[in-house]
Design a binder for this molecule. Structure first.
Ligand code: AMP
Length: 598
């Protein structure tokens, strides 16, 4: 008898990859797993899941299965086994506090929690209390008690009967985390879109340094390479020195003389890394640490990131600062970081192109294949919204650029928040477009978007201005993009990291404020640097109303695993309660008025 895996585009592709070719590598131990063994282990785990839970193919379909497993082969097998069972995978982050994991288990109604040996204690703590219905709990090792004979594997059902998928929880900055249900068919469309745009191949070897409870690490760095037959090497948690050493390894030479071979020979047979996809803070960290490498690693590391070897270096999940982009281009001898934009609900939506001419500084490029994008502008006076048509990016009256919300449609977009029709309704327009909450402009950039990276990368390019709720600051009747100001601040030698926020102001509605972490070089000089210095330095770059009116120098800026700053939390931590700031600002205005009168 054969083991049946629920049919999907991913499993159809997995069945066609050369069984002996490498699918997964564990960096530390150097253990390698082939596509053949991956498929066999997924089938075996799928059988064991049914046995350990007493379910069958029809009673497990559509069920939620939560798991806490470290990055590596076991994670991939568990994820794929849940998809093969036609069930919904809920990857949990070991970094989540127990209360958040309980919320996810309660909200999703997960019937099973799986954990690796490493996280068994953490899973046990989650089960202690606070759960509405306690799920079955098993260690991955428990599955091994059910011996499954080596059987043939085939696909069952059709893609139309697929009830499976992955559920990821949003970060919950604006309320309790919501479950984003990405069906297997949606995931397949997302992976297919990236495969077309970025041309993953079986020859690609991707270094995986990202967390695995997030869309970026799962879709861009697992599902798409698996769809293409590429290999994935796990090196997690991210450690800049370890990454440099791994990148450099195939290019290090030894002076060992091998008979019949003159000159230095490659030190190691390790495959060069051809794809590295990461968040801006990871690229910045790599840049900062390169010069601290041992002399023999330094040159090899530099060689490893040239365009010839690292054919794809991608940045996303947050805006890429210009100094990081420029620093990487210089260090790598011209390998330009490719920036893309995406979110949990939609996978990747916009991307720069493979051709160098389509890597546009500050831009996230063009709508990816299968993705429909429109910009929705709301008139401030009338509150009426309309689409910014192609070619009408400049307001004919004011001559200013028109800003609009990025709205998305197509097979890559999720269908619903789990059991939350009110939230789903709120985030979709009546004609079916998903409201991202991000604001962008579209600009024609000479020399770019000529279709050299594919027809999808044509025409005017998109430039993200930030999240409407946190990054668009309304000051004195003008709308200001925090991201634009952050980009300028980051180009100053004094600034290492920064976040620009809007604070309540009685005079301006909101006023622009900057939170800055000074650069190491500047700190070493021990010269003071304050508000007046910053304002003077920005005078040439920004119109006066965009220049921050407040500055706080801080010892660190808190970011999540994807390098994102929660600006609401930051404002409270740095400036105090927003309501108090508002009251104080009212008080200052009243004082001013009183002085004027007297
Ligand atoms: P998440 O769902 O956690 O991946 O967060 C998605 C959000 O990250 C988007 O809505 C954007 O606000 C932000 N984001 C992702 N990529 C970029 C980018 N390249 N530039 C600016 N913001 C980005």
């Amino acid at each position: 008898m054969a083991i049946g895996l629920q049919r999907s585009a991913l499993f159809e592709a997995l069945g066609t990859h050369a069984p002996l070719s490498t699918a997964i590598v564990h960096h530390g131990s150097d253990v390698t797993y082939s596509y053949g063994s991956l498929l066999r282990d997924v089938a075996c785990t799928k059988e064991q899941l049914e046995q350990v839970t007493g379910r069958n193919e029809s009673t497990i379909a559509g069920e939620r299965i939560a798991f806490l497993v470290e990055n590596g082969y076991d994670y991939v097998v568990t994820l794929l086994a849940v998809l093969a069972s036609n069930a919904i995978a809920l990857p949990l982050a070991p970094s989540f506090p127990a209360s958040e994991i309980r919320h996810i288990i309660n909200d999703s109604g997960a019937f099973l929690l799986l954990s690796s040996a490493k996280y068994a204690q953490q899973a046990n703590a989650v089960l202690q209390d606070g759960l509405e219905a306690t799920p079955l709990f098993h260690h991955l090792d428990d599955l091994k008690q059910f011996a499954v004979e080596d059987q043939e594997v085939n696909l069952i059902g059709t893609t139309a009967t697929n009830n499976g998928g992955i559920m990821l929880y949003t970060s919950g900055t604006t309320g309790r985390p919501k479950g984003v249900l990405l069906s297997t068919n949606t995931l397949a469309a997302q992976a297919q879109s990236l495969l077309t745009a970025w041309e993953y191949t079986p020859e690609d070897h991707l270094l995986h340094v990202l967390p695995l409870h997030h869309i970026h690490g799962i879709v861009n760095a697992i599902l798409t390479p698996l769809l293409a037959g590429s290999s994935i090497e796990f090196l997690y948690p991210f450690d800049a020195h370890a990454v440099w050493e791994r990148l450099a390894l195939p290019f290090q030479t030894t002076q060992e003389i091998i008979p019949g071979n003159s000159g230095p020979v490659p030190h190691n047979e390790r495959t060069p890394i051809s794809i590295l996809t990461a968040v801006p803070t990871v690229w910045a960290r790599l840049l900062q640490t390169h010069s601290t490498l041992e002399p023999e690693t330094l040159a090899a590391a530099k060689q490893s990131i040239s365009r010839k070897h690292l054919r794809l270096n991608i940045s996303g999940s947050a805006a890429l600062p210009k100094p990081t982009l420029d620093g990487w281009t210089e260090l790598s001898g011209g390998n330009i970081l490719l920036e893309r934009y995406g979110m949990t609900e939609v996978g990747m939506a916009l991307s720069c192109g493979l051709d160098d001419s389509d890597r546009v500084p500050g831009s996230v490029g063009w709508p990816l294949p299968l993705v429909e994008v429109r910009l929705w502008e709301v008139n401030v006076d009338t509150g009426v919204g309309s689409v910014i048509s192609l070619g009408e990016e400049i307001d004919s009256g004011s001559g200013k650029e028109r800003h609009g919300e990025i709205q998305l449609r197509g097979p890559t977009i999720f269908r619903e928040y789990w059991r939350n029709p009110a939230a789903t309704k709120k985030e979709f327009t009546e004609d079916g477009w998903f409201r991202t909450g991000d604001i962008a402009v579209r600009r024609t950039v000479p020399g770019c978007g000529a279709g050299k990276s594919g027809t999808w990368a044509s025409g005017a390019a998109y430039f993200v201005q930030g999240r409407q709720s946190a990054d668009i600051i309304k000051t004195g009747g003008e709308k200001v993009s925090a991201l634009e100001i952050e980009r300028e601040l980051l180009s100053l030698p004094q600034v290492n990291e920064c976040a620009v926020v809007g604070l309540p102001s009685e005079s301006w509605g909101q006023k622009v404020a900057a939170v800055v972490l000074l650069s190491d070089d500047w700190r070493k000089t021990e010269k003071p640097w304050g508000l007046a210095d910053m304002r003077r330095a920005l005078k040439e770059q920004l119109v006066p109303y965009k220049i921050p009116q407040d500055l706080e120098i801080v010892p660190s800026i808190k970011r999540n695993a994807m390098g994102k700053v929660n600006k609401k939390e930051l404002v409270t931590a740095v400036f105090g309660d927003v309501e108090r700031i508002r009251r104080r600002s009212v008080h200052i205005r009243e004082e001013r008025d009183r002085l004027k009168r007297s």
